[in-house]
Unconditional design. Structure first.
Lengths: 104, 136
């Protein structure tokens, strides 16, 4: 009675029906849609807001300002945008730490 | 309209009401400006405010803007003042047709409107900060 030899294990990549991580990531993140890209966009916006506030501050200091409220509003917007970015960053770091603490 | 749109909207209100105060101060500053009867009298400055269009696509507008400055009567009020160097041969000069009481009332309305916009900005800022505290 012949016993069939043990066959080699099929290579992992050939396992049917298992979407690779790469494909799943690509499906979710279109161009500029990933979390990293969003954070970069948010930082760019923050930079633009702060530049506006800086320019108006310079104008206020050099006597070129037309309106007191213009500068105060730009400064408030810059401060709120900074707080928002920091809040989002804190949440992201918190999530990352949660994942790192996961028991595998 | 950006992410903190209320600030821009109320800021436009501040802008318009500040210009209104500017106009009132110009009117009051020139209330005794005398001209020759052959010239135009100082004309009252009146700010024309108009609503700004909706830029966010929500149906809510984006505030207010100044669409122009209207000028009051150039005829002024003819005033008999023969001692004045500008008087014509009948001894008349032209004074602006501006009522100080009316200007003071306009000033109060403009100032209160400015304050109202400031109150909105204050409240909006608090609201945004509270929203950032979600999930803390």
């Amino acid at each position: 009675m012949a016993i069939a030899p043990i066959a080699g294990v099929a290579s992992l990549g050939q396992l049917a029906g298992t979407p690779s991580i790469d494909a799943a990531t690509k499906a979710k993140s279109g161009p500029g849609d990933g979390f990293g890209a969003q954070i970069t966009n948010a930082l760019d916006n923050l930079q633009a807001t702060q530049n506006t506030a800086d320019n108006l501050a310079l104008k206020a200091a050099t006597g070129g300002a037309q309106d007191v409220s213009d500068y105060m509003i730009a400064a408030t917007q810059a401060s709120l945008a900074t707080e928002l970015t920091v809040a989002v960053r804190n949440k992201a770091v918190e999530s990352f730490n949660d994942i790192m603490r996961m028991n595998i | 309209m950006g992410i903190f749109g209320i600030l821009d909207t109320s800021g436009s209100g501040l802008h318009v009401n500040k210009l209104w105060l500017d106009a009132v101060s110009d009117n009051i500053a020139n209330i005794n400006t005398v001209k020759k009867t052959s010239d135009n009298a100082f004309q009252e400055r009146m700010v024309v405010a108009q609503e700004s269009p909706d830029t966010s696509g929500t149906g809510v507008g984006s505030g207010v803007h100044v669409s122009g400055i209207q000028l009051g009567s150039a005829d002024g009020v003819t005033f008999y003042d023969p001692q004045n160097p500008l008087a014509d041969k009948n001894g008349n000069v032209k004074r602006p047709d501006i009522d100080l009481g009316d200007q003071m009332v306009q000033m109060m309305v403009a100032q209160r409107a400015y304050q109202a916009n400031l109150a909105v900005i204050d409240r909006a800022r608090d609201t945004y900060i509270q929203a950032m505290g979600i999930g803390k």
